[in-house]
Design a protein around this ligand. Structure first.
Ligand code: PSU
Ligand code: MN
Length: 303
């Protein structure tokens, strides 16, 4: 076990015994959901993983330590700290060297989870190509990280605030495998269907574990993205979604929001402007993905 990582006792024991472990990111908690729901959701996600017979490993940097698995107090710190920064892979070492606190994105969480020996990761929606990327060149480091980090990532597609078709093209270029869980449509985060399709459909957790095993045997680099849609009756109303998105993008532009602040700004705009409707969808997305990731981790550990 790499000495640079601090494992919780539960996660260390599970990894040693080859038991199923599911990595969870901390940026969702600190920058993706409003207080106090963020802590409630973080706890519920961990319970969901346990209910399926896996061990949750929420990943964050606290007091300069890279933590793989958090206690309830530590989870509360991630949810409540004002000086916790959102970090991608390139930023981790700077925060650790300075003894600071950091919440890890999909990119950073995948990197650390892989280093820790974890194979499955659950999140909400991936980062990707932003809609104004032609001018801003803003493309999430989630994409390049996924192209080099072998990890099964269960998500509900990429965030609908992004340019989804462009992101799918980039995922193809970057050799990131994408399968739809129970669907051949690529999910749209708050929406069941992003309007794009996926080439491969899987229907069981065992299916996913089998593909993952072959990928390991063939030394295929990069991630296997399992895109898990919200059921149609649970998605956000598409008209409301589209209205809030154009409003939110206009506000971000008018307020000069740039770089890594764009995603938290837009998610927050949705949560406030929809009076909690998007928060409910976002929470459900995360819980459903944690549930599926746990079943995949169990199937993978059994195989
Ligand atoms: N999914 C959510 N909420 C979030 C995120 C994903 O449901 O807050 C976070 C993830 O940490 C993801 C990040 O890696 O947003 C992408 O940010 P950016 O676009 O700045 O790369
Ligand atoms: Mn960005």
């Amino acid at each position: 076990m790499p000495p640079a990582l601090k494992y919780s006792a539960e996660v260390a024991a599970a990894l040693k015994d080859g038991l199923p472990v599911v990595a969870l990111e901390s940026t969702i908690i600190s920058h993706g959901l409003p207080r106090p729901e963020n802590l409630r959701v973080a706890r519920e996600v961990e319970e969901t993983v346990r209910r399926q017979g896996a061990v949750p490993a929420t990943i964050a940097v606290l007091d300069g330590d890279v933590r793989i698995g958090l206690s309830d107090d530590e989870l509360a710190r991630v949810a409540d700290l004002d000086d916790i920064v959102k970090v991608s892979v390139r930023d981790i070492a700077t925060v650790v060297a300075r003894g600071g606190h950091a919440a890890t994105t999909v990119a950073a969480t995948s990197h650390l989870a892989h280093l820790a020996g974890i194979r499955v990761f659950a999140t909400g929606g991936l980062g990707g190509v932003h809609r104004q990327a032609r001018e801003t060149w803003d493309e999430s480091a989630d994409l390049t990280s996924l192209s080099t980090t072998p990890m099964i990532v269960v998500c509900s597609g990429v965030k609908s605030i992004l340019d989804v078709p462009a992101t799918l093209e980039r995922l193809e270029t970057l050799n990131v495998a994408v399968v739809g869980f129970g669907t051949d449509r690529f999910p749209g985060f708050y929406l069941t269907d992003s309007g794009s399709r996926v080439d491969w459909r899987v229907d069981t957790a065992q299916d996913v574990a089998a593909i993952s095993q072959v990928r390991r045997a063939l030394a295929i680099p990069g991630a296997l993205v399992v895109a898990n849609p919200l059921p149609e009756q649970r998605q956000m109303d598409p008209d409301l979604h589209d209205r809030l998105l154009s409003e939110g993008l206009a506000q971000a532009e008018a307020s000069g929001v740039r770089g890594k602040d764009v995603t938290p700004f837009l998610l927050d705009y949705f949560h406030r402007a929809s009076a909690g409707v998007s928060l409910e969808a976002n929470t459900e997305i995360i819980l459903r993905n944690a549930d599926l990731a746990s079943r995949v981790a169990v199937a993978d550990a059994d195989a």
